[in-house]
Design a protein around this ligand. Sequence first.
Ligand code: PLP
Length: 395
Amino acid sequence: MSLRCAGDIDTRSLEEMFINLDPIQAGGRLTSEAMKAVIAYADGYSVCDNCQKPARLDAISKPPLATFHKDLAAFVEMDEARLMPGARRGFQAVASSFVNPGDPVLVTSYCHYTTFVAVEVAGGVVYEIAASPDHYSTPDMVAERIEEVIAKTKRTPALLFLEEVDYQYGNVHPVKEMAAVAHQYDIPVLYNGAYTVGIKEVSGADFGVDFVVGSGHKSMAAPAPSGFLATRAEYADVVFRTSKVHGDLTGRNFPVKEVELLGCTLMGNTSVGMMASFPHVKERVKHFDKEVARANKIIDALLSIEGMEVVSEYPRKHTLTRMNSEKCFDPIAKKHKKRGFFLISALRERHVTGIIPGSTKVWKMNSFGLTDRQADWVADAFLEIAEAEGLHVNR
Ligand SMILES: *Cc1c(COP(=O)(O)O)cnc(C)c1O
C-alpha cells in the first residue's frame, strides 16, 4: 500500500528512489530551499500580503520580488524582466506584441511545439528554417529563409525564434551569428533559453538578442508553471505595455497592469520557489563544464556497448543527449519477453529511470545535476544490462 496525499493521489518519491534521467525534469528539481519556500507560500495569493501601490507582482518588496525581477534581468544581461507561467507564456507575450494576423514568423526546425502554438494564437504564419544534415541551424540558412519569405510573401518576418540548445538533439547552435543576420533585416530575435537559462551562463547582450525567455520548471529548479521573459529597454514599453482600457459605464481603468501579463502572473509558491532556488541556480551555471564532463563520461561508457550510437553532436556540449540503440538494445527487445520494456525495466531494477518506457531505438537522457557517483552508477547500470543480455562491451 502506498501513502496518499489525499483520495487517489499518491505521494511521489521518484526523485528519492531513483536516479532520474528524464530530459525535461533534470533542471527543474527543486532545491531544499525552494521546497521550504513552497510550503510556506502554498496558499493562493500568498505573496500579496504586502502588496502596495503600484499593485503589481514586480513591485512587491516583501518577499523581495522586486529585487528578484532586477536580478533576473541582470542574470541574462538584459534590461527588464517579468515572471511568466512558463517559457511558453513568454513566447506568447512576445508573439502577441509583435505579430499581426498573417505575418510570417521564422522558427528553426528544432523549435518546441509551444513556439508554433504561440505564433498560432497571434495569427502568425510559421516558416521553418532548414537544418543541416548534422542537425544544426546556421546563419546561412537563416539568411536564405528570410530572402525566400520576403520574396514569397512581400513581408519581412515579424519575429525570429532561436534556441541555443535544442530539445531534440541538445546541440549548440550559433545563435549570435543567426541573430546578427536577422537584425540586418530589422527582425526582432527571441532567444529561447528553456534548456540553457539556469543550466549554463547566458548573456542576451553577448548574443545580441532582443528577448530572453527562461523556464523555471525546466531549468531553474522551480515549481511549475514558472519562467520569465527578459527584454532590452528598447522593447520593454512594447512587450510590457500597460492597460489603456476604460470601463464604459464606470470609467474605471487599470493603468499599472501590464496587458500581456494580464496584470500579475506567479502569485504564490511558484514565484517564491523560483526565487528561493535562485542563489543556487546563479552558482550552478558557473560549473556547467563539470556537468558536460560528466555527461561525456556517461556517453563514452554507453558507446563502449557494441552497436550503440550517439545521434547528438559528440563530444557533448550539453547534458541532454539523443542516443540510437537500434543496433544493440533493439534486437534484444525483439526477442525479450518484456519486449521494448526490458530496458526501462532493467534500469529501474538498478534504480535508474527517465528513459521513455518501451523505446529501444532512439531515446534521450539528461544527466544534469547528477553527482560523480551517480554518473558512474548510471554508466555501470547500462553496461551491466548490455552484458547481461549478451552484448559485447569494450570495457
Ligand atoms: C520545454 C520547452 C519549452 C516549454 O517550456 P515551458 O516553460 O514548459 O513553457 C519551450 N521550448 C523548448 C525548447 C523546450 O524544451
